[in-house]
Ligand binder design. Structure first.
Ligand code: BYC
Length: 477
């Protein structure tokens, strides 16, 4: 195992793939199917563009990427794990203290495969959801960023497919094929988790998705990076390095939209949403409705508040808590409890349950803390422009389909309503068809002149890597 990546092989890797001919052949068999999927479902009409992308050349935290023009179908997708830590142990659950597993423990095989497949399924799903957005990008800078996100999601799929092929034999190979067969939003063969079947129809939705949903990726990958199954832990550690950029794209994207709107509101002294829209920017009320949608569907991705699956993942040592090894407790949780939200007598209430069953909820709470900090940063931009409006996270129970709040009609303030009351307010709280129509009408063509930006978004503070903002990030040929 080296930290440098072998680019001579057909499949770039740092796992000595050449020494395992059977595995190498199996992956070389999967590779054309992957390329077929990329041509069909990857970014629309992009195959011949030269895109200024970063490609991993090492797994060292410093200097792991080079930046250069690449045609996306020639991107060097491959298999990169961080090097093993000598003497690493299972750090939690009933197997705590055993040497970390280098092979799949037989009794946990199907549970582990399920976790890997669920993680893997989200990666191509997001590429499918975003495939049309390049056609209406607000700038070359943003176009390059979405393509960077897309190729790296493709690589994250490779990461999970490697594990399936290397450790799960025939059923792993079948699962790897199925990852290319499912399609986001397909009624007959959808992606596994809810949020990955929702459309991402415009750039506001894209930035919200990369802010909220990619951050679920960060928290889930962090929990899997604690896994006692060492190859999973090591591949997730490297995926997290790439994930940081995706959340940056989301946070700064929403931030730049909010900035542009707030600046024009201040300049023209308007606050009525219709007047704001007339200036060719997105009103903050619409931003809030998109936020409510993406936040609530992403909260669902953490699974049920009370989950025996989560308890089993933890006690077996397969999936830990966020930053498990930094937590100061017994890492067994046999007697611990945790507070989860529920509905009692038509009110939102808390109940104390065994911490082992509340691990999804705990991870969701860790996530909410980080998301709140991002929303606070957006609000600073609004405040700086002297606008009194503030964005806010709705109540945890708002618009939930999974867990204790599913089936209830909860307002953004946390009041339990009747279905009729809730439906009467729906379009105040979630994007309506007319909101989508308005936002999409602003994004009909793409801005292709270097350094120019669509009217509805502020330019970024700086360009990519060491390049200026008006660099030609994409050449269309
Ligand atoms: N939609 O015990 P429960 C990312 C199912 S994002 C549909 O409550 P559990 C990325 C569940 O499967 C991170 N179904 O939940 C972001 C179970 O089904 P079965 C992706 C759902 O199992 C952006 C049943 O309901 N990674 O990387 O404790 C771009 C009861 O489940 C949903 C992972 O998710 C839902 N939202 O937890 C690109 C990590 N929620 O078994 C990439 C791996 C639950 O009864 N996955 N169900 O048939 C896991 O750790 C767990 O599967 C979950 C669910 C946390 C997702």
């Amino acid at each position: 195992m080296t930290s440098n990546i072998d680019y001579i092989d057909k499949i770039p890797n740092n796992v000595d793939l050449g020494r395992d001919r059977v595995l190498q052949r199996a992956l070389e068999h999967w590779q054309p199917a992957y390329m077929g999927w990329w041509y069909d479902m990857g970014p629309n009409e992009s195959h011949n563009y030269d895109v200024y992308l970063r490609t991993a050349i090492s797994v060292d935290p410093e200097g792991w990427a080079v930046f250069d023009y690449v045609k996306m179908p020639q991107y060097r997708w491959g298999i990169f794990l961080v090097p093993p830590t000598a003497g690493r142990e299972v750090n939690f659950g009933t197997n705590k203290g055993q040497p970390a597993w280098q092979d799949v423990p037989g009794e946990y095989r199907s549970m582990l495969r399920r976790l890997i497949v669920t993680q893997g399924d989200t990666e191509p799903a997001s590429v499918e959801q975003q495939r049309m957005l390049g056609m209406c990008a607000p700038s070359l800078y943003d176009l390059r960023n979405i393509y960077q996100v897309n190729v790296e999601e493709g690589r994250h799929l490779w990461a999970m497919v490697y594990l399936l092929h290397r450790y799960f034999g025939r059923d792993g190979r079948e699962e790897a094929e199925a990852l290319l067969d499912r399609r986001s939003g397909d009624v007959d063969n959808p992606r596994i988790l809810g949020a990955f079947n929702e459309p991402t129809p415009d750039w506001l939705a894209f930035y919200m998705f990369t802010f909220f949903t990619d951050r679920d990726g960060k928290f889930q990958l962090s929990s899997l990076a604690e896994s006692g199954f060492d190859p999973l832990a090591r591949t997730c550690r490297f995926m997290l390095t790439e994930e940081a950029h995706h959340m940056f794209v989301g946070e700064t994207g929403v931030g730049r939209i909010v900035q542009r709107t707030a600046e024009l509101m201040a300049e023209h002294k308007v606050d009525d949403p219709d007047h704001v829209r007339a200036l060719g920017v997105i009103d903050l009320q619409t931003v809030q409705r998109y936020l409510n949608f993406h936040y609530s569907v992403t909260l669902d991705l953490f699974g049920g508040d009370v989950s025996s699956n989560a308890a089993s993942f933890y006690t077996t040592g397969l999936k830990g808590r966020y930053e498990e090894t930094k937590i100061d407790d017994d890492h067994q949780l046999t007697d611990a409890t945790y507070r989860v939200g529920t509905v009692k007598d038509n009110r939102v209430a808390d109940e104390e349950i065994p911490a082992l069953n509340a691990l999804n909820e705990r991870l969701r709470d860790d996530y909410i803390g980080e998301v709140q900090a991002g929303v606070d940063r957006w609000n600073k931009v609004i405040e700086k422009n002297g606008i009194p409006f503030r964005l806010r996270l709705p109540h945890k129970g708002f618009h939930r389909q999974i867990g204790n709040f599913a089936g209830f009609h909860i307002s953004p303030d946390g009041d339990v309503l009747t279905e009729k009351q809730w439906n009467a307010k729906r379009d105040e709280w979630l994007p309506s068809q007319s909101d989508y129509t308005f936002v999409q009408a602003m994004m009909t063509g793409r801005v292709v002149e270097p350094g120019k930006f669509a009217n509805w978004i502020a330019p970024p503070r700086r360009g990519v890597h060491t390049q200026p903002i008006d660099f030609e990030y994409v050449r269309f040929n």
